[in-house]
Ligand binder design. Structure first.
Ligand SMILES: Nc1nc2c(ncn2[C@@H]2O[C@H](COP(=O)(O)OP(=O)(O)OP(=O)(O)O)[C@@H](O)[C@H]2O)c(=O)[nH]1
Ligand SMILES: [Ca+2]
Length: 491
């Protein structure tokens, strides 16, 4: 006779079926409930109105994770044609007009249904700082013109304003450390070195600096639960274009008809108008009286003399603090790694000198060989490079090394701590990202609560516990199991 399987009773079959359905349902709900939503993005736009040009940056981040694990990244940038907005002082409406192409570009890049919720900011830096010193009414008119133009865009325009040098330095530092993921993890931070056309910024955290010695150089932040006491300084007139004016002013104090400039290649020969050279508040008070209309700017290509001329634009004589960089500005001891961007990168990249493991002495030697190369040869070697940029790389390279070593006190030992960078993980290094993160409150002061378990761990645990409960249920029903009718053995 065939033995009857005790499991084949209606009760156990029903329990098993219900149990299996329950497990499947539970796991499905857990998976569906916790699956990442289809990615939707939010956008933010920042216009960087620099002294030499304006650039527009578009940032995006996952819509449902504004300030948590969502990472803000740059998706696009647009270079505005023409000079910086401060150059339109005499015809301000043109400053507004100049932005239109990049705004049209942004309209195509940001999905249309997000346009009206996308914040748009314009921040102006040293070019407008100089214009506001020189002619505040002209600078107001330029701001009005760009505001009028940007208000017409479909984006949510949040205003155009002048950043202070301190903000420019601090937001550059936030950008670098945010992109490097150093803030969220509370890691040692990276200092930021920004070389613009009209100003230059240095920002870093130094352990032996509490901000009390020079409060105007101190910015404190609480980010992701960590406190930072940042040292920052912006040197107006020490961006590379204004620094070049300072050295040319130094060489033309007697109002000569020609100068032999050690920072330009031998054979270089250009006519410069005195009124153009001295048309900047950085040098205007030093315009020589009775000078001719123009002077001939001749290149000499003499590196050591170039270093001397460049050094002469820094003032090292007075310091009322325990230590200074230059021009009587307090600076604590340099600390940690540094990221150097903007013109630091453009120039050192052109000169093939971004590798800071090359000893500083070798860097100087290579630069002096470059500076001594005749202008004709330089032009032949680089037919595609803009002549204005090409003519200035010898000066700019010398200025960068002088600023870093004589100005900020980097030494042969600390020079390798500098990294010349353009982008970090696809986003440009600069103040714009930090500025937007700040204005959109996207970096919380306290560390966000992270989920106890990752999604996969959560699903696995739910499944295991459900199966265990089910097995337990089956066993708890044991008394109801039909008895196995074993035949007594006949001996
Ligand atoms: N060689 C080279 N120089 C560049 C390039 N782009 C900009 N520059 C120059 O580098 C300097 C710094 O440029 P930016 O960092 O854009 O300066 P900015 O933001 O206009 O000026 P600030 O308002 O002082 O920050 C300026 O003298 C520019 O003319 C480039 O692609 N190559
Ligand atoms: Ca800049």
């Amino acid at each position: 006779m065939k033995e009857k399987n005790p499991w084949h009773t209606p009760v156990t079959i029903i329990i098993t079926v219900i149990g299996v359905i329950a497990i499947v349902a539970l796991v499905t709900v857990a998976v569906l409930q916790n699956r990442p939503l289809t990615q939707k993005y939010k956008y933010g736009i920042v216009l960087d109105a620099g002294s030499s040009h304006t650039a527009l940056y578009i940032y995006q981040w996952p819509a449902e994770k504004d300030n948590n694990t969502g990472r803000v990244e740059q998706t696009h940038s647009c270079k505005v044609k023409g000079p910086g907005i401060s150059s339109y002082a005499s015809e301000p409406w043109k400053a507004g007009e100049s932005l239109k192409d990049c705004i049209e570009d942004a309209k195509r890049r940001v999905p249309e249904k997000r346009h009206d919720e996308t914040p748009l900011y314009l921040g102006a830096t040293a070019g407008m700082r100089l214009l506001s010193i020189e002619d505040s009414s002209a600078s107001n008119k330029v701001f009005q013109a760009v505001e009028q133009s940007l208000q017409k865009s479909p984006f949510s325009f949040q205003g155009a304003r002048l950043l202070s040098g301190q903000e420019e330095g601090a937001f550059g530092w936030v950008t670098v450390n945010y992109l490097d993921d150093r803030l969220k993890q509370g890691l040692e931070t990276t200092g930021a070195l920004d070389l613009g056309g009209a100003s230059t910024q240095i920002s870093f955290v130094s352990n032996n600096y509490d901000g009390s010695e020079s409060p105007k150089n101190s910015v404190t932040f609480r980010l992701y639960g960590n406190d930072y006491n940042l040292y920052t300084n912006s040197f107006l007139c020490y961006g590379k274009d204004q620094a070049l004016r300072l050295t040319l002013a130094q060489q033309t104090q007697s109002g000569p008809r020609s100068i032999l400039d050690p920072c330009f290649h031998p054979g270089y020969n250009e006519t410069v108008t005195y009124s153009d050279l001295y048309d900047s508040p950085c040098v205007s008070d030093r315009k020589p009286q009775g000078a001719p209309v123009t002077f001939t700017h001749l290149g000499q290509g003499n590196s050591s003399q170039c270093q001397d001329v460049v050094k002469s634009i820094f003032n090292f004589t007075h310091c009322r603090y325990t230590q200074c960089s230059f021009n009587g500005v307090f600076q604590p001891l340099l600390q940690g790694p540094f990221g150097a961007f903007s013109a630091y990168y453009f120039v050192m990249n052109f000169l093939n000198l971004t590798d800071t493991s090359i000893p500083l002495e070798v860097v100087r030697k290579r630069l002096s060989i470059y500076c001594e190369t005749p202008w004709d040869q330089i032009k032949q070697r680089h037919p595609d490079v803009k002549l204005k940029y090409l003519a200035e790389y010898c000066f700019s390279g010398t200025y960068i090394l002088t600023l870093l070593t004589k100005g900020y006190n980097f030494t042969s030992e600390s020079y390798p701590n500098i990294k010349f960078i353009k982008k970090i993980k696809g986003s440009d290094a600069g103040w714009t990202l930090g500025y937007m993160l700040n204005l959109t409150n996207m970096i919380p002061a306290e560390a966000p609560d992270s989920p106890l378990l990752p999604h996969s761990g959560y699903v696995s645990i739910v499944t295991v516990i459900t199966v265990l409960l089910f097995v337990l249920l089956i066993f708890s029903l044991r008394p109801f199991w039909p008895r196995c009718s074993k035949q007594p053995q006949i001996i």
